[in-house]
Design a protein around this ligand. Sequence first.
Ligand SMILES: *Cc1c(COP(=O)(O)O)cnc(C)c1O
Length: 358
Amino acid sequence: MSLFRPEIDRIAGYVPGEQPQETGWTKLNTNENPYPPSPRVVEAIKQAAEGRLNVYPDPLARRFCQVAADRLGLDPDWILPANGSDENLTILVRSFVDPGETIAYPYPSYVLYETLADIQGAKIERMNLRPDWSWDHEAAAETVARSKLVFVPNPNSPSGNRWSDDDVLRLCPEAGMLVLDEAYGDFADEPHRGELLQSSVGDRLVVTRSFSKSFSLAGIRFGYAVAHPDLIRGMRKVKDSYNCDTVSIAAATAALEDFEGMRSNVERVRLTRARLATALAELGFDPVPSQSNFVWCTRPGGGHRELYEALKDRKILIRYMSFPGAGADTATTIDGLRITVGTDEQIDTFLDALRELV
Ligand SMILES: *Cc1c(COP(=O)(O)O)cnc(C)c1O
């Protein structure tokens, strides 16, 4: 007999990408930044470590909020820091969705949303995207109308495309919340600067950001939400009291202060991304034009899983992903390969191996 809640027994749990702990891998599977964070971050971590680790951190991470707010031209009470952007997604579900209510999200996209809904005992509804990753707004509107919360990653993963502001604003429920998950926003041609928060749906909109990708801090666990202070105030009641620690607050604050350092790493990633997409097309793949730090591609003949396995044998790790139940008919399985944009050298290693395999 299990003592777990039925919801927990029923689910498999979210399975993150592989994280081999030994060196020697060309690791292009979980969208980390290949470049180190700003030297100022390392300095800030050292200072924090030599400081007062025996006392609790600021529960509101106010120093960080001030820097983030200045950058966005908002007041600090618009910001909610969290232990990685994933924690803010959890806080949002716990804050706004009762068991039995509906959470919707585009499919294929970030499957963690399903796990969060399952744990809460909420219903999850997929809004299946068209084969070219665009929205079927007519079909989506019905789902949105009965949803309490809609998650939209923009740019999307695994496809890497970015939808227009008009596209995403249409996905806000009349009586519910729209969450724009901008984990990859900094890699887009036109990164959002929080302007959607001033739109007509601003009182029902939360934007989430991450330090794991553009700021090269996946190992630190820090993210933040931006929303109207009334929303942030409620979400604060749901978060752990000390959800961000002294070291991560210092690191994230220093990282945001070196915004130019982040921009120059992002620029390098964007150049390599273009080169990777061109090479994939030359090898007969169909890469989706990416606004993120990864490229999704398929091959007319398929065989994606086999390619992933063959690369893994050579200690090159990319992501094979399969999404059953896709398409307007919910009977299509979309599968393909998602390749994180690494350094030029890592991408050359990958491309050399790929050329031998195809
Ligand atoms: C990586 C990722 C996150 C999680 O970011 P963390 O700050 O590392 O928790 C959230 N959403 C999407 C779509 C992501 O790809």
